[in-house]
Design a binder for this molecule. Structure first.
Ligand SMILES: O=C(O)CCC(=O)C(=O)O
Ligand SMILES: [Fe+2]
Length: 315
């Protein structure tokens, strides 16, 4: 008896030169994105705007950053929960992460760089801003397509104008003998969208709607685009915000790095009225995005299996 192959994530090709609004490849990509986000909460994006130089320089930047003394890294503090330094935690010993808020702006990149390197680090600042801006281009395209596929493109510009980006550098060292392989526990993202880029060390796993865990392999020059809880709320509960985790190979020797771009809204997260009708009653009340993070930072928020229902559910 043959075993059933695990479901494969949808691959959407953004490298095509003719991917312009109004073309048939654009409409197909719009449908694919919606299907990917509704079925699995994520898809793989082929996107060739990260040159091999930028690829090298962003992982070099990650190395330089994690090599800094812990006393320096812990200064990455942000009043918004889950935006700053994470590490040295006994329950997640393999993981360390830092975040650059407003990473697509010169101010955001410079203030982080100056905090980590008081004497400056021009190449770090340039690589991080250029990487964040490149991924933000992909984010913009995905948002345009998603809004179009729901017939609500009229809200797209105001959504993008209110979007801010957090770039996180994430490191997972290889486990030692008899050490846990759980490198990042299961969670849903609180962002609107998340875009993940990794070095060649895999480890990301995603839980499907029927509870099965699938290991994600990204082909070279590809990204995982994932919906966060804010996107699930915006879509009136049609998009999945998938549970995901990172598990390291027990016998692996290599460090995994991920550079992730998280999008957040500086205006209310709210279901477009077009997505509400008698068959699809409103599921979530409008909310301030950062308040969702603050709720997640409470005992109730961390423990609940259905954060949106508890935080802003209408029933
Ligand atoms: O490293 C990864 O692939 C996933 C990271 C992640 O899930 C997160 O930072 O929220
Ligand atoms: Fe995540």
């Amino acid at each position: 008896m043959g075993s059933i192959a695990p479901p494969k994530l949808l691959v959407v090709d953004f490298t095509e030169k003719n991917l312009k609004p109004g073309t048939s490849s654009w409409s197909k990509a719009c449908n694919d994105i919606r299907r990917g986000l509704e079925d699995h909460g994520c898809f793989i994006a082929l996107f060739d705007k990260v040159s091999s130089e930028l690829h090298k320089s962003i992982f070099h930047a990650a190395d330089e950053l994690f090599d800094l003394p812990t006393e320096t890294k812990v200064q990455n503090i942000n009043e918004k929960p889950y935006h700053g330094y994470v590490g040295q935690m006994s329950i997640v010993p393999l993981h360390e992460g830092l975040g650059i808020d407003y990473a697509t702006t010169l101010e955001g990149a410079q203030s982080f760089t100056n905090l980590m390197w008081p004497n400056g680090n021009k190449s770090f600042c340039e690589s991080s801003i250029s990487f964040a801006r490149t991924l933000a281009e992909l984010d913009h395209m995905v948002i345009k397509m998603l809004f179009e596929s729901y017939g609500v493109q009229k809200y797209c510009d105001s959504h993008l104008e209110a979007t801010t980006y957090l770039l996180r550098f994430l490191k997972y060292r290889a486990p030692e003998v008899n050490e846990t392989t759980m490198a990042f526990p299961s969670h849903t993202d609180k962002s609107f969208l998340t875009i993940l880029y990794q070095n060649q060390v895999s480890g990301l796993e995603i839980r499907t709607r029927n509870g099965e865990w699938i290991a994600v392999e990204f082909p070279p020059s590809s990204f995982v685009v994932m919906a966060g809880d804010a996107c699930k709320a915006w879509s009136n509960d049609t998009v999945l915000s998938p549970n995901h985790r990172v598990t390291m190979d027990m016998n692996g020797k290599k460090t995994r790095y991920t550079v992730a771009l998280f999008s957040f809204l500086s205006k209310m997260v709210q279901v477009p009225e077009e997505l509400v009708d008698d068959e699809h009653p409103l599921q979530f009340k409008p909310f301030v995005h950062v308040d969702l993070l603050k709720f997640y930072d409470t005992d109730h928020g961390r423990r609940t299996q259905n954060i949106l229902k508890d935080f802003c559910g209408t029933v």
